[in-house]
Design a protein around this ligand. Sequence first.
Ligand SMILES: [Zn+2]
Length: 502
Amino acid sequence: MAMQQDEHRAAASQVGQAEQAGQAAQRAYTAHPAPAGDPALHAGKGEPCAARTLLVKHADMLVTMDGARREIRDGGLYVEGNRIVAVGATNELPAEADEVLDLRGHIVMPGLVNTHHHMYQSLTRAVPAAQNAELFGWLTSLYRVWANLSPEMIEVSTLTAMAELLLSGCTTSSDHLYLYPNGSRLDDSIAAARRIGMRFHASRGSMSVGQKDGGLPPDAVVEREDAILADTQRVIETYHDDGRYAMLRVVVAPCSPFSVSRDLMRESAKLARHYGVSLHTHLAENVNDVAYSREKFGMTPAQYAEDLGWVGHDVWHAHCVQLDDAGIALFARTGTGVAHCPCSNMRLASGIAPVGRMRRAGVPVGLGVDGSASNDGAQMVAEARQALLLARVGFGPDAMTAREALEIATLGGARVLGRNDIGALAPGMAADFVAFDLRQPLFAGALHDPVAALVFCAPSQVALSVIDGRVVVKDGVLQTVELGPVIERHNRLAAELATAAG
Ligand SMILES: [Zn+2]
């Protein structure tokens, strides 16, 4: 098994933070308790391991994103419990497992990682008043609608948004929930993630500076800062799991520099660092955002972030379309991450983020679909394709390759979220992977390079998705939640929300 261990090391060093891997692996748990009495599983090895096993074989192509970026023809992988133990050509893998998936005609890749979203906005897609506005006008139109959100709306919209993500290849997502009207809580979106089986980074967002204090949001949707900090502490203590293969992590995430105070930004950073959780917010989204920062704080957004302690490996900022050279250097020096959201940036005419310059400087960059009210689709492969296309519009035909776009959407996202257990298929990594059916018409003619075709041909739906060793999508159908009634309920709630706003 020497080769596998080498691969594991290569993958771990690729995604960084390899030093955590050893300790964290000790805490690995078994997602699926094995059925009682299955001694055949590891007969002869003398290991006290009875995890359920899963074998994927005969994939036309398996994209590993490991240290060597191997792309394996007739590939497969072998999973014990919730982690991958072997990756390679089918004939190098064990021949049997509790569950065997023959993926002839498919391409398999690591599950995509979404680093920025506002899932509740699935209730307010394509709202007429916000269809043609830039960021601040768009927000102003929608805040009064969102003021009527309920706990039920949060849970159902999160389920819907996660279903859309899962079906489009995403296996890990963050969500930035920053308003909590009418008794809504972060617990409502966490309940949805658990029900559907998605790996989740739940951001406890917040807004505290309403219009009467010079902020953008109406006073009805802002919270008191002491209440924000107390509730953030509660959700960290209740839910946050810092172990390897964690299915749920909590993130501290004031909404943006124009909706919370300097004090709350600082106190949030302190709280997050006390518990060792990540920090997330919006930064330098467009030129008005930069102008606001200069006028209100006398600093660029990057300088403001540094002043507040909002830089470091444990911080990632959404957008950064207008991050200047000094900001890029700062982010690179400190390991501060960026969630690149190309569709949203186009939708709101925010501009083109300098992703190539950021990556060359060493800034960790992941991909985000952003909220469903500013995209308005939330499909991860489509987002990777838009990243490639937008980079080329801004910076030329060689600004981003298809494989780079996939790397940003997998390894890039993992690094931004501070994880070294997802984003690549290698021994020791979480068993999070997806498969696309190459026999669909949209791939026809591109099978000489199915990896590039994943981005260029824009497949919209996975055939298979496995998260934490559990089959969540099979034959293109979500296995964990019956989707029809959820969408029906979602549409009813969206209509109620629109009616309540008048
Ligand atoms: Zn956003």
